[in-house]
Design a protein around this ligand. Structure first.
Ligand code: NAD
Length: 359
C-alpha cells in the first residue's frame, strides 16, 4: 500500500466552475481565512456586506472585491443571480440574515449554528421553510492533514479504529472576539465544537456524552474556557476532547493535536493554528504502522487556516452544481453536532457521580 501516494491524492471537493460569493460579515475570520482561501482556490467574491460599512469597503478594497456594502438587499441586487451566500457573523444574527436571503438560495454559515440547540432548531426550520441548500462551516473536516488522515484510514492501514482523542493546551486570545466577552457559553460552543464535529464525522453520533467545562481563574470575566468531553460510543471504543485555552506558559509545552489509534496503526495530526492563534504554526500528520519503521511524516501541504475553508465552500458549491452527491456539513447533519454540544453543556451542569459512602 503506497500511503504517500494515497495522501498526495487526498483532496476536498471543488466545483468545476465556481460561482460568485456574497460574503456577509467582514470581520476577523473573513480577513484571515475566508478571503485568503477563496483567493487561493480561485473562487470569485462578488460582494462584501457588514453592518459596519467602512469595514466592508476597506476589506473589499484590500482583496480587490468589486463591492462593499452594509445592506444584503444591495449586495443581492448588484451580484449575479446564482451567487452563493457565505455568512460569518455572530451566531445570534443568523436567523435574521437567513430570512433576508432568496428562497432556494445556497448558503454556508459560520459555526456555531446558533448559541443554543433551541436557536439551532430555529435556524434548521428557517432553512427548511425557505428551501435553502444550507451548510455549516465545520471546515476542520477539510484541513489537508484531516483529509490525509481520512485517506490513510479508508485505505485500511490502521485496521479497526478504537480510540480518538483531541488534546489542546494553548493560549487562546479570546479578546479578539469582543462578542464573546459576555457569552454564557464559550469554549465548547465556539471552539471544541470543531472537535466534536470532527469526531462525529469519523465515528457518528455518540450514544451519550459526559462533560465538564470550567472557567479559568486567569480569565474570571469569561465563561468556561477549559473542557473535557467524553463521547461514548461503545464499551471498547474511547473518544474524548480535552482543551485548556489558558495555558500561556512557554510555547514549548503547548499542545494541539488529534490522535487516532487502530488495531494496526496510529496517527497524530497537529493543528498548528491553535499554537499561535491566528498566525499559527504549520499543521502536520504523523503515522505509525506495525511494520517496525517507526513514526513517519505524511507528505501534506497546507494548513487548517486557510486551506480548509476552500473545502467547506468547495463542498457546498460542488453539491449545488450536482458534482458531489453529498453535502457532509449540511444543516441536517450539523444539527447533530449542535445536539452533541448541548448534551455536553447539560452533562456539565448536571454534574458527575458523588463518591460512594463507606462505613
Ligand atoms: N475556524 C472557524 O470556523 C472560525 C474561526 C473564527 C471565527 N469563526 C466564527 O465566525 C463568526 C465571526 O467571527 P469573527 O472572528 O470574524 O468576528 P468579528 O467580530 O471579527 O466579525 C464579525 C463581523 O460581523 C459583523 N456583523 C454583525 N452583525 C451583522 C449583521 N447582521 N449583518 C452583517 N454583518 C454583521 C460585525 O460588524 C463584524 O464585522 C463567529 O460566528 C465565529 O464563531 C469561525
Amino acid at each position: 500500500m503506497d500511503l504517500e501516494k494515497i495522501v498526495k491524492e487526498a483532496a476536498a471537493p471543488r466545483p468545476r466552475s465556481p460561482r460568485p460569493i456574497i460574503m456577509i460579515g467582514s470581520g476577523g475570520i473573513v480577513r484571515d481565512a475566508h478571503l485568503p482561501a477563496y483567493a487561493k482556490a480561485g473562487f470569485p467574491v462578488a460582494s462584501l456586506v457588514d453592518l459596519n460599512l467602512d469595514k466592508a469597503k476597506s476589506l473589499a478594497q484590500e482583496f480587490g472585491i468589486p463591492r462593499g456594502s452594509s445592506s444584503i438587499a444591495d449586495a443581492i441586487q448588484f451580484s449575479p443571480k446564482d451567487a452563493i451566500f457565505d455568512i460569518a457573523t455572530p451566531a445570534k444574527v443568523l436567523p435574521s440574515i437567513l430570512e433576508q436571503l432568496p428562497d432556494g438560495a445556497a448558503v454556508l454559515m459560520q459555526k456555531p449554528m446558533g448559541d443554543t440547540l433551541a436557536e439551532a432548531t430555529e435556524i434548521l426550520h428557517i432553512c427548511r421553510r425557505k428551501g435553502l441548500t444550507a451548510a455549516v462551516n465545520f471546515q476542520l473536516r477539510w484541513a489537508p492533514n484531516m483529509l490525509a488522515a481520512r485517506a490513510i484510514t479508508s485505505a485500511g492501514a490502521l485496521g479497526e479504529l478504537h480510540d480518538m482523542e483531541v488534546k489542546v493546551s494553548v493560549h487562546m486570545p479570546w479578546e479578539l472576539w469582543s462578542f464573546l466577552s459576555t457569552a454564557p457559553r464559550l469554549e465548547i460552543l465556539y471552539h471544541s465544537i470543531h472537535y466534536v464535529d470532527l469526531v462525529r464525522s469519523w465515528l457518528g453520533n455518540p450514544r451519550k456524552v459526559y462533560a465538564k467545562t470550567v472557567k479559568s481563574p486567569r480569565t474570571p470575566a469569561l465563561a468556561a474556557t477549559k473542557s473535557v468531553i467524553i463521547l461514548d460510543y461503545a464499551d471498547d471504543k474511547r473518544a474524548f476532547v480535552a482543551t485548556n485555552h489558558s495555558h500561556d506558559f512557554d510555547p514549548h509545552m503547548q499542545r494541539s493535536f488529534v490522535q487516532w489509534e487502530g488495531m494496526n496503526g496510529a496517527m497524530r495530526a497537529q493543528m498548528g493554528v491553535n499554537l499561535n492563534y491566528p498566525a499559527g504554526l504549520p499543521d502536520n500528520l504523523e503515522y505509525v504502522l506495525r511494520d517496525g519503521a517507526g513514526w513517519k511524516q505524511a507528505p501534506i501541504t497546507g494548513n487548517w487556516f486557510p486551506d480548509a475553508f476552500m473545502g467547506s465552500m468547495g463542498s457546498l458549491q460542488a453539491y449545488v452544481q450536482g458534482e458531489a452527491r453529498t453535502l457532509p456539513t449540511s444543516v441536517e447533519d450539523a444539527i447533530d453536532t449542535m445536539r452533541t454540544v448541548e448534551a455536553a453543556y447539560l452533562s456539565s451542569e448536571s454534574g458527575g457521580t458523588e463518591l460512594p459512602a463507606v462505613d
